[in-house]
Ligand binder design. Structure first.
Ligand SMILES: [Zn+2]
Ligand SMILES: [Zn+2]
Length: 410
């Protein structure tokens, strides 16, 4: 990033935080939380800060102009003390759904990674380790397109459904946010979850990701003895119900190839040719063995496949970390210049992050763009641009510069 680009972005962030009309909602019990800031100039993380109220924090933001603002999910007696002296009182249950963790059809088109050790590069999702030298550090160039965020949204919808129906959290307790970059955050604020330790949170993670869920011949294996029968069986609760609904959805839309691709042989044709009968008799009425050529093994294979479709792909380490810092609602993301914003869970389907999260709504700026696919921002469609100088709305200029795709034109 050139000096003038950095100054331009810094100036915009500074305007944002010093503008009295900028709304930054206070998280619950702000005075019990640790605050952390990534500073523009020093590029260091300032941690273990405490604020008694939101107006003090706003003054600090206007002065320090951080590129990123975080608060702890945890509540502490002394948020400013060293980690082991803070006095942990509890923590919200948080979930991070990020396009980085979801394989999408578009990631090969717009994401690249280069191994920091040997320089080997590739497209798509960054591997855990370099296939050549096993190095684990990479320089990445990612982009969040509509498709990426749409996949993240689908995972979020599955998670929210489980939190409400299977765990019984109320709408008021489940807070949904666009992260400002490549996904969504879900925070559960509830007295019962507040004091859960990392192990208990891991159990919740396993549930929503479907980890350890065994589909036996008798359907989903329940506690001792249950499901031990030789008949396929699914109840109408929790994962059993999710699998059943998922099977219905999968079979009703599957092509003959879809059925073959999950490992079905002769049964694929029988199912494809008798969809209505299979749906009503086997799935809806539970007579799983009533179609002679569709046997237990077939149901098991379909259920296994559906389990993957119905589980929610979350970033598991975020949920189990009881000291985690998470981006603060209403603040800017340093990689995009977009805001983290909260919205009602019931509006998830219609939520447009490329509109609702835009912070800089006025003016236009001339930038030199290296390479960017077509993208949507603030209601307009921009690009694709490749090695050209263009005038774009301020929000787009900030986004392109923050993503390393453009510099301010001199
Ligand atoms: Zn390497
Ligand atoms: Zn994409």
């Amino acid at each position: 990033m050139t000096v003038s680009s950095r100054e331009f972005v810094y100036g915009k962030f500074s305007d944002f935080y010093s503008n009295p009309s900028t709304a930054i909602p206070s998280p619950a019990l702000l005075d019990q939380r640790e605050l952390g800031f990534l500073l523009f100039k020093e590029r260091i993380m300032l941690r273990h800060k405490g604020f008694s109220d939101i107006s003090d924090l706003k003054l600090f933001l206007a002065e320090a102009v951080p590129s990123d603002v975080y608060h702890s999910c945890a509540y502490y007696e002394n948020p400013e003390a060293e980690m082991d002296k803070k006095g942990w009182l509890g923590a919200d249950l948080v979930f991070d759904i990020d396009a980085d963790h979801i394989p999408t059809s578009c990631d090969k088109l717009h994401d690249e990674w280069v191994c920091s050790k040997c320089g080997f590069s590739g497209k798509g999702v960054t591997p855990e380790a370099c296939p050549i030298c096993e190095g684990q550090k990479f320089d990445t160039k990612t982009w969040s397109c509509e498709l990426c965020l749409e996949s993240a949204k689908e995972e979020t919808a599955k998670l929210i459904d489980m939190l409400g129906k299977d765990f019984g959290f109320s709408d008021k307790e489940v807070h949904v946010f666009f992260s400002g970059h490549r996904g969504y955050h879900v925070h559960v604020e509830n007295e019962a979850v507040k004091t859960l330790d990392a192990m208990a949170r891991k159990e919740i993670v396993d549930y929503v990701t479907g980890l350890g869920l065994t589909i036996s011949k008798g359907g989903i294996k329940g506690p001792k003895g249950k499901g031990a029968s030789e008949k396929f069986f699914l109840s109408d609760f929790a994962w059993n119900k999710r699998i059943k609904q998922g099977m219905r959805k999968f079979i009703s839309t599957a092509s003959a190839d879809d059925l073959k691709n999950i490992g079905l042989k002769r049964a694929s044709k029988v199912i494809f040719d008798n969809k209505e009968l299979i749906l009503s008799r086997c799935i809806d009425k539970g007579f799983w063995d009533s179609v002679s050529k569709v046997k237990l093994e077939t149901w098991k294979k379909i259920a296994e496949h559906v389990k993957d479709l119905e589980s929610a792909k979350i970033d598991t380490v975020v949920t189990t970390d009881t000291h985690r810092l998470i981006r603060m609602n209403g603040t800017l993301h340093g990689k995009t210049g977009l805001k983290k914003v909260e919205f009602p869970a019931k509006h998830l389907t219609d939520f447009d992050p490329f509109k609702e999260a835009v912070a800089f709504k006025e003016g236009a700026v001339k930038v030199v763009v290296s390479d960017v696919p077509e993208f949507k921002l603030g209601g307009s469609v921009l690009g694709p641009y490749r090695r050209q100088t263009v005038e774009v709305p301020t929000a787009a200029a900030v986004l392109l510069i923050c993503k390393g795709r453009a510099e301010v034109a001199s």
